[in-house]
Design a protein around this ligand. Sequence first.
Ligand SMILES: [Zn+2]
Length: 346
Amino acid sequence: MKAVYIKEHGGVDVLEYGDLPEPNPSPVQVKIRVKACGINRLDVFTRAGVRGMRMDLTNPHILGGDVAGEVVGIGSEVKHVKLGDRVVVNPRITCGQCRYCISGAQELCVSPIGLGSTVNGGYAEYVCVPSVNTVSLPEGLSYEEAAALPTVFMPSWNMLIRRANLQPWETVLVLSASSGVGSAAIQVAKNVIGSTVIATTSSQDKADKATALGADRVIVYSKEDIKSRVKEFTNGRGVDVVVDHVGSDFWPAASASLAPGGRYGICGVTSGYTAELQMGMLFIRNQTVFGVFMGRQEELRQIVELVSRGTMRGVVDQTFPLQQASEAHKAMESLGFFGKLILTIP
Ligand SMILES: [Zn+2]
């Protein structure tokens, strides 16, 4: 089969397009003919071998977790997925056996596997995944849009709905609106919960897109001060929830913008891992800082349901044919996009 793979870590040039053997499904897996695969920052880290993503590359490795496609093979023990089903995949493969998985808290699994980051993923014509990791797609939801959902909507959903318990009368600050997570979190906060959304971004063009997506206020951080603008928009009170997938760079301004009782959620640290926590402020103001990594299988089903109803949508900035994966990675690193970049295989 055709695939894009790496044999060593490095820049975009290490992405090779060529032929690799087709995978065969185990008894609990399904084989998917990949139609679209979303690109994530994690793919860039895996390719480059940075941020804990160095791999043993004895064999070529295929990147890509956010797969959407058609089921063309079924393992002998699979019961609820059929040949021909259109599906999207939760790229976090959990063991199903540890105390957390058994309790339904799959995001806490002690031995998770990452599709495309620890096992071969979806930059290929075929991929095999556990059948339980698939969610069937309704008619009318395209593979490209479906592939824009899992890695950005699952943490946004987990963070806002379950962990932060964001309420309609509350205000949320979404950092970096143009990213995949930013564009997902704005929609979950606005269209699902109905809260007031303040977003940050780097340019007026992106600010306009964030507004179109549902942000009530947008702070262009290249020319406006985040903390003082938040104070102004909230009459000095601050925001109830922060969605941070950016890390160190915005922590000082964003954490200082948190209202009494506020919840600060972290689901990514692209700009840096460490920050200084004002512990005194945290307890005096009854605040919470927490992390989320992806979410639960049932949450992906709920996300697909709401996208199919038109409550939310996968924001696809640009699609690239599989063989242009290196162009897509360049675009990802340029930061000049809004939403998601998607690889397609006709
Ligand atoms: Zn587990």
